[in-house]
Design a protein around this ligand. Structure first.
Ligand code: BEZ
Ligand code: FE
Length: 636
């Protein structure tokens, strides 16, 4: 049986987007009516907004909060508080503003409503650190804990990216150390693991995921709650020493030190490390945190933060001077080693890291300097996946050589008129995955579909009503389509490129003897967004299968056929380009298309008709009619 002690910290949490608007309600809910607003120097505008929302509840303003909560500043704010007769403070900002609110509450008992703009987490702790006469004192008291915390994702989203990264890793440190804290308990463990998952997801998604900032803020709240509930260990102590005695910046120092402090404690806290690794989706926790920092573009060395190498031993001495609970025993030599590695920016040697894991990590680390953040993210993610593919399948040298040969042949098969790599991507379904990802961002529009290898830039310009088949044999097809925006307004003068295969399933570029481009053209919509042309009914056809991709399909027992379709590429100023295909309902291979390109919404009637044709041209027997409305998105 696990024995534990847990003390809940009674705070009200309001979490969401635009929650700043609820500040007056929250003050009233506390039964308070005179508010002193505290805003950081650089958050004046937000402070003004808070005052405006508070309206008659706002009784005064103080914008002078400073780092480390100096008592002189608190005294100044206290005078303003007394003058205004405030019974509540509303603090908007980072750790300094929250610190000032706590200092005022501790002295006077006023209630606090805090709106954090960073991920520091101090808003949910009953701890106050103050400096007076150059001495720092820290106290913990239930009166210090803010009554209400309003987390507003919009507000935190204004935190610049670089600060968001270091502040988030600072929060991560609270959660990690909570798991191996001497006071650890199941409630806090649960919050810590959830914090780690949210923070990791937020950090990984910073450049692409619209929910990343919400993840970071949620993780920061949970991690801050851990910080307020259980004691911290070596990592926090070291950062405290480096900040207090060497003036290193708070959050960046946390960012550099965390993986190394974790590596130091790794063997002594294996269960905590296993759980952290699991939450991060990695094999080894310290190296995973290091890689996360690299991937997010955070600092990795104390050297870059301005610490002199000569100061490392003194820092180690200071950090062991007063004992405190920590899983691994603290020795001066041990800490000096840790600090040296952190100073140099080395990737920590993980716990039970295999030679392959070390190699993967080494390769990942070589991408740390990639300027372009997106490229850095893609490369650092691709390498471990490629390595894992080899490991999980116990790949032999001979097999990999075959893989290289296959890729080589794929490259060699490419020419001006043949793109074997596109075919490979298509037949592996990757093109369609990317297509679905991209298209899902505009749900009101006509779905897109893969471009395929047969598009040719600058097709022949054709007038409305033209016959793009130039009289080639086949079932006549009359196409009558309209282009609108997502509000159903016609898009006039849209440039529409169309292309398709002939009756035997060949595109013109596959037929060298053909005279000029055919079954492809560029047309423009009229004032009503309408476009008409004549062609022939597309038929199913095999993708080019005389190269390495064809060999792959045969080896897998797959057929090479595409379901019958007509290609469209639609461009109009002020609109997003749409590349798509319309598939013939009832056509073959709709459910086994070789390139996985069929989407239900794109399977449409190519209606069978007889009798007079739209342009009056005589047609003996059956002809087909395609009517369709494309909806395209506006840009911006
Ligand atoms: C096409 O539809 O033209 C196509 C798409 C992917 C691979 C091969 C052909
Ligand atoms: Fe095609």
């Amino acid at each position: 049986m696990e024995e534990f002690t847990y003390t809940a910290q009674p705070a009200r949490i309001v979490f969401g987007s635009g929650t700043l608007e609820r500040v007056a309600d929250e003050v009233t809910r506390l039964g308070r009516s005179r508010v002193l607003v505290l805003a950081g120097e650089h958050l004046r505008a937000v402070g003004d907004r808070v005052e405006k929302i508070l309206g008659p509840l706002a009784a005064g303003r103080f914008d002078g909060a400073a780092m480390h909560t100096p008592v002189e500043v608190t005294d100044e704010a206290l005078a303003v508080l007394r003058e205004t007769g405030a019974d509540c403070v509303v603090a908007v900002g980072g750790g300094s503003t929250t610190g000032l609110a706590k200092a005022l509450a501790f002295r006077t008992g006023v209630d606090q409503v805090v709106l954090p703009t960073t991920y520091a987490g101090s808003e949910v702790t009953p701890v106050l650190g103050e400096t007076g006469n150059g001495v720092k004192t820290t106290r913990s008291d239930p009166a210090i804990l803010p009554e209400t915390v309003i987390y507003d994702v919009e507000l935190s989203a204004e935190l610049p990216r670089a600060l968001a990264v270091t502040s988030a890793v600072n929060a991560l440190a609270h959660a990690v150390e909570a798991l191996y804290s001497a006071d650890a308990n199941p409630v806090v463990d649960g919050m810590a693991l959830d914090a780690i998952r949210h923070l990791a997801r937020g950090l990984r998604g910073l450049d692409a995921d619209p929910d990343a900032r919400a993840d970071l803020l949620r993780g920061a709240w949970l991690a801050g709650t851990c910080l307020g509930a259980v004691g911290m260990g070596l990592h926090h102590k070291l950062c405290h020493t480096l900040g207090g005695s060497f003036g290193l910046p708070h959050a960046p120092t946390h960012t550099v030190v965390l993986p190394h402090a974790m590596a130091y404690n790794s063997a002594a806290a294996p269960e905590a490390m296993r759980r952290v690794a699991e939450a991060l989706g990695a094999a080894d926790a310290p190296t995973a945190v290091f890689d996360l920092v690299v991937e997010a573009g955070g600092p990795t060395s104390l050297r870059e933060l301005g610490l002199a190498e000569a100061d490392l031993d003194r820092a180690a001495g200071l950090a062991v001077a007063r004992p405190y609970p920590n899983p691994a025993p603290l020795t001066r030599e041990g800490l000096a080693g840790l600090l040296h590695r952190a100073w140099a920016g080395e990737r920590p040697a993980g716990g039970a890291v295999s030679p392959i894991e070390a190699l993967t990590a080494q390769v990942v680390a070589t991408f740390a300097g990639t300027e372009d953040a997106r490229l850095r993210r893609l490369l650092t993610d691709l390498v471990p996946r490629l390595h894992a593919f080899a490991v999980d399948n116990d790949l032999t040298q001979a097999e990999w050589q075959q893989g290289i040969d296959f890729l080589t042949r794929t490259g060699q098969a490419c020419s001006d008129t043949r793109q074997e790599f596109v075919l490979l991507s298509d037949t592996l379904g990757l093109s369609s995955v990317v297509d679905v990802l991209d298209n899902s961002r505009t749900p009101d529009t006509t779905p897109s579909a893969v471009l395929g290898p047969f598009y040719v830039e600058g097709p022949p310009e054709l007038p409305q009503g033209a016959d793009v088949s130039a009289g080639l044999p086949g079932t006549p097809l009359y196409v009558d389509v309209t282009v609108t925006d997502t509000e159903d307004r016609p898009v006039a003068d849209a440039v529409v490129d169309v292309w398709q295969s002939n009756e035997d399933g060949f595109y013109d570029v596959q037929l060298p003897d053909l005279d000029g481009p055919v079954l492809r053209g560029r047309l423009r919509t009229d004032a009503g967004g309408r476009l008409r042309f004549r062609s022939i009914l597309p038929s199913e056809y095999p993708i080019p299968d005389d190269g390495p991709v064809g060999a792959m399909l045969r080896a897998a027992g797959r057929h090479p056929y595409r379901a019958p379709h007509l290609h469209f590429m639609i461009d109009a100023p002020g609109h997003r380009r749409l590349i798509t295909q319309l598939f013939v309902r009832g056509g073959r291979y709709l459910d086994s298309d070789a390139v996985f390109g069929v989407k239900e919404d794109l399977v449409v009637d190519f209606a069978s008709r007889t009798g007079p044709t739209p342009d009056g041209a005589p047609v003996a027997g059956e002809w087909r009619e395609l009517r369709y409305t494309f909806r395209i998105a506006t840009t911006g």
